[in-house]
Design a protein around this ligand. Structure first.
Ligand code: SF4
Length: 334
């Protein structure tokens, strides 16, 4: 049975990750949400900072929105952290500040889908349920040589049924072993079949075509937009405004898309392309030095310490910072 081989391999090869050390729902949840968008190794410093700042659901439920977004800066997908706060509030109000213990109940919370609910329920509460993420889909599509498009719901359902039928105790280790196999051995390109503990029973290995699976239909091309941002600068301060509550980077700080009145001097920035999941921004940036300033201007140190600037705007922010410093130097030398 491949499960025994897999569990044995997991015991010897699992990475010693901080959120795996204790079987605790909150840490597992935070790590799973972060890992949806970032490699585990890259996400660890964010995870440690987040847990230090918000050690439990109660502290997260009381978080200031701007602080929360600032601590999430660099991870992107800011709706996820907003949903985390909503979820924490709901757990405080309905479950005395704890997570419910079943996959079914967890799925009803904001921002928690089937996979995350399965991961929390099985790893923290030993519920015998599956947690099927992209890694597990890849392993199973190869193991059972499934050649249907895995982006189709029917294929996902078929794979989930196979995973459900394979569930083995200890469930916490089994689910993590599948994820770990997908992350370390049955990787997207050039799977390391020679080092795979379940190679003997793997159908794709027998066919010799593991590299061609899973089959994934081509995604629609991204929509291209060409926004121009005007970075209003008054002396050493930069104008920032909160974006609309709808659309890309909703509710986050950004630059203006209108020219200010009475511009003293303009400087064009190096264009920059930012890729979102469904949209590409081919961005132009123009620094506009102005005389008048309102209260929405922030010094560079305020921006670094307190304001969260989405990564789409970071290259323009860095260029603007350089221009401000060069200009100050020139003015001093006059
Ligand atoms: Fe994946 Fe290769 Fe292992 Fe099959 S033998 S599960 S293709 S790593």
């Amino acid at each position: 049975m491949f499960q025994e081989e897999l569990l044995r391999w997991y015991k010897q090869n699992a990475r010693k990750l901080v959120f795996r050390q204790k079987k605790e729902a909150y840490s597992i949840w935070v790590s799973e949400i972060m890992a949806q968008q970032t490699r585990i190794e890259a996400m660890l410093p964010y995870f440690e900072r987040f847990i230090e700042r918000y050690p439990n659901l109660k502290s997260l439920a009381q978080a200031e929105d701007d602080d929360l977004v600032k601590i999430w800066q660099g991870l992107g997908y800011y709706n996820r952290v907003r949903n985390m706060k909503r979820c924490a509030i709901q757990c405080v109000e309905q479950f005395q500040g704890q997570f419910p213990k079943t996959k079914k109940e967890l799925c009803k919370l904001p921002g928690i889908g089937e996979y995350t609910a399965g991961a929390i329920a099985s790893i923290a509460f030993d519920e015998k349920v599956s947690a099927v993420d992209g890694n597990v889909i890849r392993v199973f599509s190869r193991f059972y040589h499934i050649t249907d498009d895995v982006s189709q719901m029917s294929t996902k359902k078929k794979i989930t049924e196979l995973v459900n039928a394979s569930l083995t105790e200890p469930i916490s280790d089994y689910n993590q072993a599948l994820m770990e196999l997908g992350a370390l051995v049955c990787i997207p390109k050039n799977p390391r079949c020679a080092a795979c503990p379940i190679q003997k029973e793997c159908q794709s290995y027998a066919y010799g075509d593991a590299d061609s699976l899973p089959v994934l239909a081509r995604k629609k091309p991204r929509r291209v937009e060409n926004p121009t941002f005007y970075i209003w600068v008054c002396q050493d301060k930069i104008h920032l405004k909160k974006r609309s509550q709808k659309g890309l980077l909703a509710g986050l700080f950004g630059f203006d898309e209108t020219l200010p009145e009475a511009v003293e001097e303009k400087r064009s920035l190096e264009p920059y392309t930012h890729i979102f999941s469904h949209v590409e921004w081919h961005m132009k940036g123009i620094v506009c030095f102005v005389k008048e300033k309102s209260e929405d201007f922030y010094s560079l140190s305020q921006i670094h310490d307190k304001v969260s600037i989405p990564s789409a705007f970071q290259p323009f922010l860095k260029q603007t910072e350089r221009i401000i410093k060069e200009r100050e130097k020139c003015q001093k030398s006059l």
